[in-house]
Design a protein around this ligand. Sequence first.
Ligand code: NAD
Length: 436
Amino acid sequence: MATKTKKANISKPEVKQIANGVHHQSMFDAVLARLDKATHLINLSKDVASVLRNPERQVIVSLPVKMDDGSMRVFEGFRIVHNTAIGPSKGGIRYAMDVDLDEVKALSAWMTFKCSIANIPYGGAKGGIKCDPRTLSLGELERLTKAYTVAMADVFGVDKDIPAPDMGTGKKEMAWLVDAFSKVKRHYEPGVVTGKPLTLGGSEGREAATGRGVMVAALEAMKVTGLNRKTATIAVQGFGNVGLHAARLMHQNKLKVVAISDHTAAFHNPKGIDIPNAVKHAQNNGGVLKGFKGGKEINKEDIVTLDVDVFAPCAIQNVITAANAPRIKAKIIVEGANGPTTAEADEILANKKIVVVPDVLANGGGVTVSYYEWVQNRCGDYWTEAEVAAKQDASMIKAFENVWFNAKQYKTNMRIGAYITALKRLEKAINYRGFY
Ligand code: NAD
């Protein structure tokens, strides 16, 4: 098992290429572009800005795993600790084929900003394994997750770095992680990871927390823009952990979800989609929407530009680009996914006066309830779902108000307002701690 720990190098822009030859801006460069803009607006000290431009620690591991057919495959795993000025680092683990250093770096920086905006005592990190989890058996996934945990055992720690689920991972991977970590450390350590099953110290409300936060953020955005919550139409892209619960809770709270999609299909029903039915369909069909009969099937890409009031991208990154942003009709975009909007598209949306509730605010519900899980693990006292939801909603509303206030004060959009909110707290923490 090879382990490399290296210092950040941010000078060379990395570029990702997609199949049709179009170049995407590197995700980490997109983070830096937005960071620079906020830095400039609030006159952030150069020292603090340099600290935040460079992740603290970048670990890459090779994971040899025995496959079911007897062969051996080596997977590449990453963990990046971006910043720990405010507290131990926190961030999910992603299983996907496009996981690479650039993506994990960007996601780790977003976690630092997200935790700062949510006002929780954490820094930011992110991890990932380059793999397609849908093609791996349960046994292969367990061996891969445990190999990754053992390789990262010196990075993780209840007061050091606390992982959680992200795309392609969920509570079963977190259960394997806590098992492998506890075996390495020779004592049970449930607080080392969040998003665990309830029986292993998970929190009530954690699974739906990110989707719940997306709904609360959408409601707050409707308030400030004067949209009527009873009639506003909503499209939700992605029907996984974030999208499914966002759509389900919106429907439960009498909001009108008229379009849903996943990687297999997209559906539109102007009268409103029967979301409980869609959830049932997905549960009975391998977790996917293909074959759902509760709406007209549309092109998957067309959900982005559908004629709705609110669009909630809750699937993957870079879905709102300079190519489709001019055709977007929604008045509000609530970013459930991380990085769904490219930096170029941001400018277009701002010119169209579309209110974008940025990822670092809109999907902060997940990490907020992860923090509650960690607190409950540490004090051994467990809260009800209603207690968790009440705390989470109050926290999201406060964070929304702070970001909105900063956006107005600095005459900028909510994304930069969010970065400003994050930077103000981070600057204080970094300066209090000082340098050597
Ligand atoms: P997931 O793997 O549970 O679900 C992803 C969903 O996106 C699936 O329904 C998949 O079919 C769909 N999808 C993939 N490609 C698509 C495409 N081209 N068009 C439409 N749908 C597509 O992942 P998740 O945990 O729901 O995460 C989704 C996003 O939210 C990611 O960007 C993740 O980083 C972010 N996020 C997740 C959490 C969390 O708590 N899970 C917290 C914060 C942010």
